[in-house]
Write a protein that binds this ligand. Structure first.
Ligand SMILES: Nc1ncnc2c1ncn2[C@@H]1O[C@H](COP(=O)(O)OP(=O)(O)OP(=O)(O)O)[C@@H](O)[C@H]1O
Ligand SMILES: [Mg+2]
Length: 303
């Protein structure tokens, strides 16, 4: 049984179709990402899973419960970080954590959590005095205070500096290591690639494809490229024999080898070693999720 099952949901705002026939399932212990550009429908989908919005059509189950009908039961088991949230200006970090902890029978240690999120020295600070990234981290702390089985994170690292971002990634991996299930949204392809076990690519309210980041790359962008520099006169003839090669082009001593099959880089290295070809530069250009997005939609995620 999947932990989260979304089946053919549709959600419109007036004439805007925000979510159109979206289906996906998140398995236990998985980090699953909804990725797509601004306005793709990620938050709307999340809000339906959170029980904050009722889809016009389709069904959702979370831990075999209905997000709207069973909202109370789910509150104890699900942690939610919203894309946009506010607290009173003059509540301190410590007070917010204590207040949230008081809502649950078995909260985790708030101090340890703040420490993990790099907020220890902000314990006595008012909410209004926190930076955007610090507020973001506080909301992640509040989402985790009751040690939920399912964690829903909408744009978890937006506005965070690279160091804080890495710390949050580690934290999310730790959550998974304890057997919890994570559904998150991001428009950062690097984040999806490094953090998610599987992703659903969403565009204009539709899921275009679902898979592991590496699997999606293999499926949609199988071409790999090796660029190297050599003045070895015999090299060209040897490169022709490399398995999986589709094209070879030369600019003076710079050679660009393109091919498919997933083992191109190994085969090139083997060829160089076997024929003792001397190279003065060597680099690979391997496709990533960004390229998948470009291939599937015809435009970059940032456009
Ligand atoms: N409350 C609302 N009322 C009307 N339209 C809305 C509302 N919320 C979202 N929309 C529209 O629905 C579509 C999907 O928005 P949504 O917030 O789900 O996208 P998103 O993928 O989360 O985008 P972002 O990456 O910017 O957070 C957009 O066209 C948006 O303008
Ligand atoms: Mg959003």
């Amino acid at each position: 049984m999947p932990i989260i099952e979304v089946s053919k949901i549709r959600k419109t705002y007036g004439k805007t179709v925000a979510v159109d026939e979206v289906s996906f399932a998140v398995e236990e212990g998985e980090i699953f990402g909804l990725i797509g550009p601004n306005g793709a429908g990620k938050t709307t989908t999340m809000e339906c899973v959170e029980g904050l919005r009722r889809p016009d059509r389709g069904t959702i189950s979370v831990l075999s419960l209905d997000p709207i009908r069973d909202a109370r039961a789910l509150q104890q088991k699900v942690g939610v970080q919203l894309q946009q949230a506010q607290l009173q200006k003059r509540i301190t970090v410590r007070e917010a954590v204590d207040l949230w902890a008081s809502l649950y029978p078995r909260p985790v240690d708030g101090d340890a959590l703040l420490d993990r999120l790099g907020l220890s020295d902000k314990r006595r600070a008012w909410f209004m005095t926190l930076s955007g990234g610090q507020k973001q981290r506080l909301f992640i702390a509040l989402a985790l205070i009751h040690d939920p089985d399912v964690v829903l994170l909408d744009e978890l690292t937006t506005g965070l500096d690279p160091q804080a971002r890495r710390a949050i990634w580690d934290l999310v991996r730790e959550i998974r290591a304890r057997g919890k299930t994570v559904l998150l949204t991001t428009h950062l392809m690097e984040e999806a690639e490094r953090l998610c076990d599987r992703v659903a690519i969403v565009e204009r309210g539709r899921v275009i494809d679902i898979g592991t980041p590496a699997g999606l790359v293999r499926r949609h962008c199988p071409t790999q490229t090796v660029v190297l520099e050599t003045t070895d006169a015999g090299a060209a003839a040897h490169f022709e024999t490399i398995p999986g090669v589709e094209s070879i082009s030369w600019h003076d001593s710079r050679c660009t080898i393109r091919g498919t099959g997933g083992d191109l880089v190994t085969h090139v290295i083997q060829c160089l070693a076997e024929h003792r070809i001397r190279v003065t530069d060597f680099r690979t250009e391997l496709p990533n999720l960004e390229d998948v997005f470009l291939t599937l939609t015809g435009h970059s995620i940032r456009e």
